[in-house]
Design a protein around this ligand. Structure first.
Ligand code: FES
Ligand SMILES: [Fe+2]
Length: 468
């Protein structure tokens, strides 16, 4: 049964658990851990991806009720710095109100409703661009121009605040004033990330891309590796796509999921066409190409290493981490150095664990339009040992028809993202063209379980909201 549902690993492309057993480092328990939950098989109607009534339900019962990832602390490094967090038609100001204090407010003026913050900006007050009403960083009223005309406006006109909490260097908000603590929503994340210090990392690159597809499509593009063979056909030589391990966790409060796609092994779909050695060499070359000329020059002479394999690539990755970033990775196992280990906390938080691909994702609906979404991806590097935190890279923007490959900071990963992005509008359009009697997804039992989990999560939130 396990072969049937987890893909048949050839001798050269073993399952993740086999790889971890032979890992040359000390493997953290969280990587070996098995999820405790498998979402039910279900038919997911295509209409959930384009129906504006369903999008309105999501806004009301998911986005107004859930803990969600707004930005990183380093996005607002100085007191007074602020970040407009926009989700659908909702908008919040997330700001650093004191050295080690953050607050979030509804992004709307209490005079006549003008949006108060439209871009990443800074200042010792929040000031409306229309008539100049202003507030202090703690939300208290600062100045009402022409106060004589507003005897009915008193000190109670504080900016309405929303819940904000911190984890792993990230700022989360929840518009629901009755919400429980963030910890309830994080589930297994703190336990799984306890040896991978997300807070002590800085942003090397961050990009927000507009996409002509529903936000759930953009999420789903990263919830499974089943698409790799077709979409990323040029990466199968060194990625064990169908070897991917999927785990879902449900603790009664929240659901968390993750996948582990092993790198430096060939896809089982290649049969005997690519050996383990060739896969390891291809992986090393791919990492080096992403890291630039210095890394390329540091690659070994493969001809001298007849048994070149995963452990060699991982060892070289540890060296490049030390030499290029000044970061000690000696305690990281091979899997943490190489593999794609990607977590999901719905509705919008996608942190990666390890140095294989140290990314962080955010998925958001765009305005009231269910056919559009925003995808924010950042590349996080460890703060060099004993050094001050380097400044965060500025956010770059990509429009609907712009490509990651136009942004040099993304190196070779840009090509992979552009492959994923190119699918999305086509999926959105294709769903609307479906025959009425076949207008639902036919999800795989194992590899697409995280997509089922996402839909369970959303539907449960909507059901809870409608029942209350
Ligand atoms: S609308 Fe903001 S000051 Fe008038
Ligand atoms: Fe992909």
């Amino acid at each position: 049964m396990s072969d049937m549902i987890k893909g048949v690993g050839s001798k050269e492309s073993p399952l993740v658990s086999d790889l971890l057993d032979h890992d040359s480092g000390s493997v953290p328990e969280c990587l070996k851990a098995e999820g405790n939950y498998c979402p039910e098989s279900r038919r997911v109607p295509f209409s959930l991806y384009y129906d504006s009534n369903y999008a309105a339900l999501e806004m009301e019962h998911v986005w107004k009720k859930c803990w969600q990832y707004a930005c990183r602390e380093e996005d607002v490094p100085e007191v007074g710095d602020r970040y407009p967090y926009e989700v659908g038609s909702l908008s919040f100001i997330v700001l650093r109100s004191a050295e080690n204090e953050f607050r979030a407010f509804h992004n709307s003026c209490l005079h006549r409703g003008t949006k108060l913050c439209s871009s990443i900006s800074s200042g010792d007050q929040v000031r409306c661009p229309f008539h100049g009403w202003s507030w202090n960083l703690d939300g208290s009223v600062r100045e009402i121009p022409g106060q004589w005309d507003f005897p009915h406006v008193d000190e109670s006109y504080r900016l309405p605040e929303v819940k904000l909490a911190r984890w792993g260097g990230c700022l989360f908000i929840n518009p629901d004033s009755d919400a429980g603590p963030l910890e309830e929503a994080l589930g297994v994340l703190p336990e799984h990330f306890k040896n991978f210090d997300l807070a002590n990392r800085f942003t090397l690159a961050v990009t927000q891309k507009k996409i002509r597809a529903n936000w759930k499509h953009t999420w789903a593009a990263f919830l499974e590796a089943y698409h790799v063979a077709e979409t990323h056909f040029d990466a199968v030589d060194f990625n064990g796509d169908s070897n991917t391990k999927y785990d879902c966790y449900d603790d009664g409060n929240t659901v968390i999921s993750r996948l582990i796609t092993p790198a430096a092994v060939p896809s089982p779909g290649l049969g005997d066409k690519v050996t383990a050695r060739e896969a390891a060499i291809a992986a090393a070359q791919s990492f080096a190409n992403a890291l630039g000329p210095a890394a390329q020059a540091s690659l070994p002479d493969f001809d001298q290493i007849p048994d070149y394999g995963r452990r060699h690539v991982a060892a070289w990755r540890r060296e490049t981490m030390q030499n290029m970033l000044g970061a000690d990775a000696s305690n990281r196992c091979d899997s943490e150095m190489l593999d794609a280990i990607q977590y999901a906390m719905f509705p919008n938080f996608g942190p990666w664990l390890g140095e294989g691909l140290p990314l962080m994702y955010q998925f958001l609906p765009s305005g009231d339009n269910p056919d559009e979404s925003l995808f924010t991806v950042r590349l996080l590097a460890p703060v060099p040992d004993g050094m001050p935190r380097p400044p965060s890279a500025p956010v770059t923007q990509l429009g609907f028809d712009e490509f990651f490959e136009s942004l040099p900071e993304w190196g070779r990963i840009a090509h992979v993202f552009d492959q994923d992005m190119s699918n999305l509008p086509v999926i959105q359009a294709g769903m609307r063209a479906a025959a009425p009697e076949r207008s639902y997804m036919m999800l795989g039992r194992y590899q697409e379980q995280r997509i089922r989990l996402m839909h369970e999560f959303i539907d449960q939130k909507i059901a809870e909201g409608q029942a209350s």
